[in-house]
Design a protein around this ligand. Structure first.
Ligand SMILES: Cc1cc2nc3c(=O)[nH]c(=O)nc-3n(C[C@H](O)[C@H](O)[C@H](O)COP(=O)(O)OP(=O)(O)OC[C@H]3O[C@@H](n4cnc5c(N)ncnc54)[C@H](O)[C@@H]3O)c2cc1C
Length: 414
């Protein structure tokens, strides 16, 4: 019997197999992945530094143990090169593999913004555990100063230390420039600054996480992260990265120059659609699938960061878990459409917690401020005055479950 073959050992790939095994222990499953196959929590990549965790500490279950627990054949460090739909086979670096049904869970690639300069290739991104190991290794090569931002006294000391260290000895800490002040950029900024590094965030937009949050909410992050030492620069972007005597010299679009020991790009992800596209599957931004996670080929499914489910790419943990549960049922023989509840995204910025239920870019309606004391509580009301999105920052972030229950309900009068 030919197996169900799953491509990719990230959250999407492993979750669908885990859910399937709850329903069927016997159906043969093969997982093919180009990485080590070790199971780790990707969201930890942007809050592990301040916790002092290296890449090894992030691994929750080794690949061999995953294979044994799930009762699957696991092919690691195996790249899939092509899908032959007519013969239902895969061309991989470990040879040909036949499938009965195929689940594509290949994730997404970091977007690279074109940058000039003789060190443009030095720009890093952290999208998997191997990237994190490399990034942490490079950070570790620099002397760092640990600070405790929990008291205002030390925070003042930190700010002063930063300028005096820069003036007298050159920088004592690693200077990290983050390209992109979106969700992931802000999380890394908080984490790096908390771990004692000097952080600048460069973003052409007007305020943090501007693609998901209205101005009043986004601006809430400015002061708390600045208090940790984050240097915000909006309305500009990195044009050049050149080698300097030590590290790099960055030239911004507005002509400003700044030094960096490391440059981290966090400008977004692009679903990995190339294999699907070459195989003739329907693709848009992601691999196009219906509510059953089924692609334009009835034997091929997709979920996770590579998938576009009924027109929406949702590269977050909760949508993946819901999709994995529905797909597992379908694979086990019970056709099941995924139904997504309200799924707020928690932004891991402990300096100022944020939870946001994003609204579509073209959503009709407007943001309403409901409360603002040490943070904001904002609701997005659609044309019928129903709540279809929200942003909660600071102390209000704790209300995300309560707010999620209200989604779809008519808002209370202002
Ligand atoms: C730094 C960071 C922080 C995040 N924080 C949060 C958060 O707090 N909350 C939240 O909800 N979401 C968060 N996310 C998003 C969330 O982690 C992702 O949506 C999710 O992990 C994606 O899982 P995936 O399985 O689709 O993709 P991936 O985890 O990227 O897995 C893709 C798999 O495909 C394999 N692969 C790729 N190409 C090939 C090939 N040709 N052949 C074989 N194998 C291949 C890869 O090796 C990998 O195993 C974060 C993301 C990042 C980068």
């Amino acid at each position: 019997m030919k197996p169900i073959v799953v491509l990719g050992s990230g959250l999407a790939g492993y979750s669908v197999i885990r859910e399937l095994r709850k329903l069927d222990r016997d159906i043969p499953v093969t997982l093919v992945t180009r990485d080590s196959g070790d199971y780790y929590s990707k969201p930890m990549l942007s809050n592990a530094l301040a916790q002092g965790k290296d890449a090894a500490a992030l691994v929750q279950t080794r690949a061999a143990d995953m294979a044994a627990q799930l009762g699957i054949q696991l092919l690691v460090e195996t790249e899939v090169r092509a899908i032959d739909r007519a013969n239902k086979t895969l061309d991989t670096t470990s040879g040909e593999i036949a499938y009965d049904r195929l689940v594509i869970a290949l994730g997404a690639d970091p977007i690279r913004i074109p940058v000039q300069g003789d060190a443009a290739e030095a720009v890093l991104s952290v999208n998997d555990i191997a990237d994190y190991a490399r990034f942490r290794g490079l950070l570790g090569n620099k002397k760092t100063v640990r600070i405790d931002p929990s008291t205002s006294l030390r925070t003042e000391g930190f700010v002063e230390m930063r300028s005096s260290a820069g003036a007298s000895t050159g920088s004592a800490r690693t200077e990290v420039v983050i390209m992109g002040g979106g969700l992931i950029g802000c999380e890394f900024a908080n984490d790096l600054a908390s771990a004692g590094h000097a952080v600048s965030v460069i973003d052409p937009g007007p305020w943090p996480i501007a693609s998901l949050m209205p101005e009043q909410a986004g601006r809430q992050l400015l002061a708390p992260l600045a208090a940790l030492g984050v240097d915000w620069r909006f309305g500009t972007s990195v044009s050049r990265v050149d080698h300097a005597a030590t590290g790099y010299l960055l030239t911004l679009a507005d002509g400003a120059q700044l030094h960096a020991d490391l440059v981290l790009s966090a400008v977004g992800l692009r679903p990995r659609i190339a294999l699907a596209q070459q195989a003739g599957l329907a693709v848009n931004r992601g691999i196009a699938v219906d509510a059953h996670l089924r692609s334009s080929d009835a034997a091929i499914f997709a979920l996770g960061d590579c998938a576009e489910i009924e027109g929406k790419v949702q590269p977050f943990v909760l949508p993946i878990m819901h999709a994995a549960r529905a797909l597992a049922k379908t694979l086990a023989g019970e056709e099941t459409a995924v139904v997504f509840p309200a799924m707020p995204v928690v932004v891991k910025t402990p300096a100022h917690p944020v939870a946001v239920l994003p609204v579509a870019r073209d959503a009709v309606g407007g943001w309403q401020l409901r409360a603002n004391s040490d943070g904001v509580k904002m609701e997005f009301l659609d044309a019928e005055q129903r709540i279809s999105g929200f942003v909660l920052t600071g102390p209000y972030a704790a209300e995300r479950n309560e707010m999620s229950k209200q989604v779809g309900q008519r808002a209370l009068p202002l």
